[in-house]
Ligand binder design. Structure first.
Ligand code: 4AD
Length: 465
């Protein structure tokens, strides 16, 4: 077992050593007495060179290598070698002098698309046009229909490693601050974020739905004296719009915490949490970020050590100064959010900021009105590059106010009775947030579509694979 290496581990320090690798047959090319095989493992590639030599490499082996279908799983045995000239088109800068090849699992000879094509950047395609190369663009539906294959590109490998790091950093930071990880039910009696976007179902003859968020139960965990809680779990939204940033199922990073005096206590946690996540990505994911950049070039995220906080009113003023006048008690539409993101970047040099004190009318029923002016609320949204990744607030912890707010918002109070009752045995002031994991990854890496940040995306027209 000691000979086994990962492709990503191969470097000059192994020069002259005999190793065994397992990966996919990325490409082969050969003629006469020599064959070049590019072996790929988890997005990393190495060139293996086979040259006919008595008692080591036979002509038959060269023929066999040339007959291997792309994407087959193969084992290669050989010696690590430092090539005389730099190698183009592989991630590893050493090569392998191959001796043996075993096919572990054959791939069908015809693939739905060529993985090299699926890995090309826009720049590659422009160059190909000038040089008349036969590159094929792989469209998104073809990719998603064959997602297992699509996920094998270096950029996609990197996206899902980054996704994993984001949730790991989220968990790591919150645990260090005394938060408890919880798991709330996804089968619940009614909507938590407003009735429209809910997947209804029949629960043994009783109407039920898939949870639109852990909102109700994470608050109930606070009523149960857990103090500070968080959850990483699926969130279901029956979105019937088809946009670049909405999924019907996404991963929610939620937290909820006791508040002593002010909802800024939640913002303080959020502030440190996201600087921790962004710093962590910067420190631990440089290879992944590089791989994404090669196919989808992007500007690194600009963020401040102390996150900018603007009130909703200040935000509207910035837009007004730019000639966009909006209803002071209405919501921001997508275009004005984007525009505001650009204005904030110009003025404060950050892609990441918090907008707080939203009008009460545009927030969910459980949102705490401002004490000094009930037309506003103790709530906020957080943006990356002008698009929302987080929304949060202080919550109403008085059961009577909660009931009247739910009624005013046209919510079926009956389906919420056990939730509202939770506040009748004494409840601490509290607040929290919901973060969309796919949104964070999409916007951090400036990907143009949330489907790229979801391993098996669900939208109104997609339930498979
Ligand atoms: O803004 P939302 O709906 O807020 C809540 O669910 C509250 N319970 C949060 C809270 O604690 N007050 O959703 C929170 C986040 C959004 O900011 C966005 O990042 C993401 O979830 N999100 C979606 N992501 C992908 N597809 C969708 N359809 C999404 N809807 C919301």
């Amino acid at each position: 077992g000691r000979k086994w290496k990962k492709v990503s581990e191969l470097d000059a320090s192994l020069n002259g050593q005999s190793v065994l690798l397992r990966g996919r047959c990325h490409t082969t090319r050969g003629k006469g007495k020599i064959a070049f095989l590019i072996l790929r493992e988890a997005g990393h590639t190495v060139q293996c060179v086979f040259q006919v030599e008595d008692n080591v490499v036979s002509k038959g082996l060269i023929k066999y290598i040339n007959s291997l279908s792309k994407e087959s799983i193969i084992d290669v045995e050989g010696t690590v070698d430092i090539p005389s000239a730099p190698i183009n088109g592989t991630t590893q800068q050493v090569e392998l002098k191959g001796r043996k090849v075993y096919c572990v699992s054959k791939a069908r000879p015809v693939l739905p698309f060529n993985l090299e094509d699926a890995s090309r950047s826009e720049k590659d395609f422009q160059k190909a046009e000038q040089e008349d190369l036969q590159y094929v663009r792989v469209n998104q539906d073809t990719r998603l229909n064959n997602r297992v294959l699509d996920l094998r590109t270096s950029a996609n490998q990197a996206v899902f490693r980054i996704q994993s790091y984001v949730s790991m950093f989220f968990r790591q930071f919150l645990v260090s601050r005394g938060f408890v990880e919880i798991h709330t039910p996804k089968l619940i009696a009614g909507a938590s974020e407003g009735g429209a976007a809910v997947f209804s179902l029949d629960y043994y003859g009783q109407p039920a739905c898939l949870a639109q968020s852990p909102q109700l139960h994470k608050q109930m965990a606070i009523c149960a004296d857990l103090g500070r809680v968080f959850e990483i779990g699926p969130v279901f939204r029956a979105e019937n719009s088809f946009t670049h940033r909405h999924l019907c199922e996404f991963t929610g990073l939620d937290l909820e915490m006791e508040i002593k005096e002010h909802y800024f206590e939640v913002l303080d946690i959020l502030d440190e949490l996201f600087v921790f996540v962004f710093d962590g990505l910067h420190q631990h994911c440089s290879k992944e970020l590089e791989a994404i950049n090669e196919q989808y070039p992007f500007e690194p995220l600009k963020y401040l050590k102390k996150t900018l906080r603007l009130t909703f009113e200040e935000g509207l003023q910035l837009l007004k100064d730019d000639g966009i006048e909006l209803d002071p008690f209405g919501d921001l539409d997508t275009a004005s959010e984007r525009r505001l993101g650009t204005l904030v970047k110009e003025k404060y040099n950050t892609d990441f900021y918090i907008l707080h004190r939203y009008p009460l009318a545009v927030r969910p029923f459980y949102t705490m009105p401002c004490f000094d002016n009930p037309q506003y609320s103790n709530s906020f949204d957080v943006f990356i590059r002008g698009e929302e990744i987080i929304s949060g607030a202080q919550r109403v912890h008085d059961p009577e106010l909660l009931t009247s707010r739910a009624e005013a918002c046209g919510i079926n109070v009956k389906s919420l009775s056990t939730y509202i009752d939770s506040f009748r045995w004494g409840a601490v002031p509290h607040g929290g947030v919901g973060v969309g994991l796919e949104r964070v990854v999409m916007l951090y890496c400036a990907l143009n579509n949330i489907r790229k940040a979801s391993m098996f995306p669900r939208d109104p027209t997609r339930l498979a694979p």
